[in-house]
Each structure stands twice: as structure tokens, then as C-alpha cells.
Ligand binder design. Structure first.
Ligand code: NAD
Length: 286
């Protein structure tokens, strides 16, 4: 049976270290600060924002939530971001997605100062990822990378297969592991024979948002399985994209859902914010 990649335990460890880092800079008069912009009434978004602000408290990061009704204009959001960009209390600016349809996500993210783009979604940071090396790696792929590192799972020369090609998970994940020397395949909804790829995987990363998508017959022995999916079932429970109960007998390592990638994502957001504050402090001291 597979060993667990325990994101909850690793997060706890990393957050303790982050608290120390934040204490060090607070002692020098810099309080790390994160601004979170929340638009509309999406219940999942509200839960995510609450979790992020709790994690900030835990790590000694000041957080401010800016809530807007779903009818807010692009202009109003841009005005707030312009203020936050020059605020000396704010090191990170995060716009909780999704935004309502009348708001152009690219326009909004494009307004965030690249030095405060702790989600790593600004095109400048995306470009950094493409050429290798970015100030702020996007939080979910960054968290997955640390989970692999903590378990001493080598990625160089491995066949990595990623199911899901979104801008926030699949694509940046592929670029990061390519940079680390993996041979990467990216599958998506139009992939003709998914299991042809998944059976090839030494490391399989699934971020499709489809419960039960990956079954035991689709993976090879000793595969490392990272399940990024978060699916809310009709009984209220949370499940991933992988049929955990059958795949765990074949895999060498597997992430549980919940308690795998989820907690890591939030932790990496705090890490990016504290790193931004550390940079601000070192610039102040020049
Ligand atoms: P998305 O909806 O933007 O993208 C889904 C991707 O999966 C697309 O590229 C699509 O082509 C592909 N896909 C969908 N069905 C498929 C199928 N049957 N076969 C092959 N490919 C298929 O999703 P996203 O924002 O990347 O999120 C994916 C999942 O990860 C969701 O469940 C989301 O809740 C979860 N998520 C978790 C975290 C975390 O912190 N753990 C963070 C972000 C997203």
C-alpha cells in the first residue's frame, strides 16, 4: 500500500518556519501584509479567503480583505489595486478567482505590481516560469513541488504526466517540472486516449476537477500520484480526481484529499508574501 504525501503535516512544519521568518522581519519594523480582494458571493471563494486569512494569522502576516458586490466595475477594482501597489503596508495582492463575467481577469491581474503578485498570475511572473526562475511561483504547483522534495522523490529524468492544462495548475506545474529535468506530458479534455499517457507516468499529477477520473487500471505499479482535485460531493464530503481506495494499492506514494495538496497551496501563498516582505526590508536597508 502507498505511503501518504501528508500535506497537512508538511504545511504545519513549513508554517512554523514561516512564523519565525515573519518574527525576524517584524523585529526590524516590517510587518508582512497581504491584501485579498473578494468579489461577489461565491461560497467556495469565501471559504478559500477565510482559510488564507487564518493561515496569515498563524504565520504572523497581517491580512486585509476587501469585499465587493458582484456588480463592481473593472475600474473600481483597478483603482483599489493601484492604491495597494504603492501601499507600504502591503507586500502581496491577491484577487480571488473566479471574477464575475463582466470583469476581464487579464486586465485586473495585469494591474497588480509584479513585485506584489504573490499568486504568480501576472504575465511577467508567468514568463519568468517559462524561461526558468520567477519571483513568485504559483502556489499550487509550488506546493506540489515541495511535497515531492520533502519525500525525496526525484523528478529529473522521470516521466511526469499532468492531467489538466489550466493556467493556475496544469500549465505552470508542467513548466516547473520541465525545469527540474522531467519529461512532461500534459493531457486535457481533448486528449484522445488518456490512459495511454497515465500508464506511462512515473509521477501522475491530476488537476481536472472530475471525481473518479483516474482508476487503478490506468496507472502502473509504484507510480507517485498527486491528486490536486477538490470536488464537493452531494453528501457534502470532499473528494479528489483519483479513485483513492483502489489506486493506493498500486501507487508507491499518494496524496490524500483532503489533507494533501490543499493545505500546501495556502502555505505557499504565505511563503510568497513573507519573501516579498523580506525583499521590501532589504530594499529599505540599501
Ligand atoms: P479548470 O477547470 O480550469 O481546468 C481543468 C482542466 O482539466 C482543463 O485543462 C480540462 O481540459 C481538463 N479536464 C477536464 N476533464 C477532463 C477529462 N475528463 N480528461 C482529461 N482532462 C480533463 O480547473 P483548475 O482550476 O485547474 O482545477 C482543477 C481541479 O483542481 C479542481 O477540482 C479544483 O478545485 C482543484 N484545485 C485545487 C487546488 C488545491 O489547492 N488543491 C488549487 C486549484 C485547483
Amino acid at each position: 500500500s502507498a505511503r501518504m504525501l501528508d500535506g497537512r503535516a508538511l504545511s504545519k512544519e513549513i508554517r512554523a518556519g514561516l512564523f519565525e521568518r515573519s518574527l525576524r522581519i517584524r523585529n526590524k519594523g516590517v510587518v508582512p501584509g497581504l491584501a485579498v480582494i473578494l468579489v461577489g458571493n461565491d461560497p467556495a471563494s469565501k471559504v478559500y479567503v477565510r482559510n488564507k486569512s487564518k493561515a496569515c494569522d498563524e504565520c504572523g502576516v497581517m491580512s486585509k480583505i476587501f469585499s465587493f458586490p458582484g456588480t463592481v466595475s473593472e475600474y473600481e477594482l483597478m483603482e483599489l489595486i493601484a492604491e495597494l501597489n504603492v501601499s507600504n503596508e502591503i507586500d502581496g495582492i491577491l484577487v480571488q478567482l473566479p471574477l464575475p463575467g463582466h470583469v476581464n481577469v487579464r486586465n485586473i491581474i495585469g494591474c497588480i505590481s509584479v513585485n506584489k503578485d504573490v499568486d504568480g498570475f501576472h504575465l511577467y511572473n508567468v514568463g519568468g516560469l517559462v524561461v526558468g526562475g520567477t519571483i513568485f511561483p504559483p502556489c499550487t504547483p509550488y506546493g506540489v513541488q515541495l511535497l515531492l522534495e520533502a519525500a525525496k522523490i526525484e523528478v529529473a529524468s522521470k516521466n511526469v504526466v499532468i492531467v489538466g492544462a489550466s493556467n493556475i495548475v496544469g500549465k505552470p506545474m508542467a513548466l516547473m517540472l520541465l525545469q527540474k529535468g522531467a519529461t512532461v506530458s500534459i493531457c486535457h479534455i481533448k486528449t484522445r486516449d488518456l490512459s495511454l499517457y497515465t500508464r506511462m507516468a512515473d509521477i501522475l499529477i491530476v488537476a481536472a476537477g472530475k471525481p473518479g477520473l483516474i482508476t487503478a487500471d490506468m496507472v502502473k505499479n509504484d507510480v507517485v500520484v498527486i491528486d490536486v482535485g477538490i470536488n464537493k460531493m452531494s453528501d457534502g464530503s470532499i473528494t479528489g480526481d483519483v479513485d483513492f481506495d483502489s489506486v493506493k494499492h498500486i501507487a508507491s506514494w499518494i496524496t490524500p484529499v483532503p489533507g494533501g495538496v490543499g493545505p500546501m497551496t495556502v502555505t505557499m501563498l504565505i511563503e510568497n508574501t513573507i519573501r516579498s516582505a523580506e525583499l521590501r526590508m532589504s530594499i529599505n536597508q540599501l
